[in-house]
Ligand binder design. Structure first.
Ligand code: ADP
Ligand code: MG
Length: 174
């Protein structure tokens, strides 16, 4: 071993690769969301990020359907939170109108984020401090008109297992 050898502690972290999938239509994104939503339970939180038009609401519609929501899900841009009855209460939060400067404690999100429902948050990156430690993160990236890359991460073993299960039946981007 060379005298200047330094163990690369970062190696351990990089062994767990973040799942990346690719969808080629809105329907496919919805279908992936449905598979994910069907696995979620009380208190699970999915935090979505990505530009306008990336597909966050489309994915949310699928997750809602998988969670047993039968009503039409649309973007709650003017209300911050929409509640839908389902197999489990389903909360759709959209933080688009936040500037990122708000004190998120005053938004009253905790009641939902640490409550009994399944929660999907669009523009989650606008209130990073408000997010619970245990969650699924999905970053959506528009590759072209119909192609979207979904980068998925989960912060607990249980959520990671769910992600691995649903990702295994989805396609990759190349
Ligand atoms: P966001 O909520 O991120 O602003 P939306 O879901 O409202 O995005 O809009 C996404 C738009 O992109 C829709 O018009 C949808 O039909 C279109 N689209 C095209 N391809 C895809 C895809 N692969 N996944 C999701 N949406 C797609
Ligand atoms: Mg939206």
């Amino acid at each position: 071993m060379p005298a200047d050898y330094k163990p690369n502690f970062k190696l351990g972290l990089s062994l767990r690769t973040m799942p990346v999938i690719c969808t080629t239509s809105a329907e496919e994104t919805m279908f992936f969301g449905e598979a994910l939503g069907s696995q979620l339970a009380h208190g699970d939180v999915v935090a979505l990020s990505g530009e306008l038009g990336a597909g966050k609401t489309t994915l949310t519609k699928g997750i809602a359907r998988g969670a047993g929501v039968t009503a039409e899900v649309f973007s709650p841009t003017f209300t911050l939170i929409h509640e839908h009855p389902g197999r489990v209460p389903f909360y759709h939060i959209d933080l688009y109108r936040l500037t990122g400067q708000e004190d998120t404690e005053y938004l009253g999100l905790d009641e939902y984020l640490y409550g009994e429902g399944i929660v999907v948050i669009e523009w989650a990156d606008r209130a990073p401090a408000a997010l619970p430690d245990e969650r699924i993160d999905i970053a959506l990236i528009a590759i072209d008109d119909d192609k979207r890359e979904l980068r998925i991460d989960a912060t607990s073993d249980r959520l990671r297992e769910i992600v691995e299960l649903v990702v295994s039946s989805a396609g990759s981007c190349d």
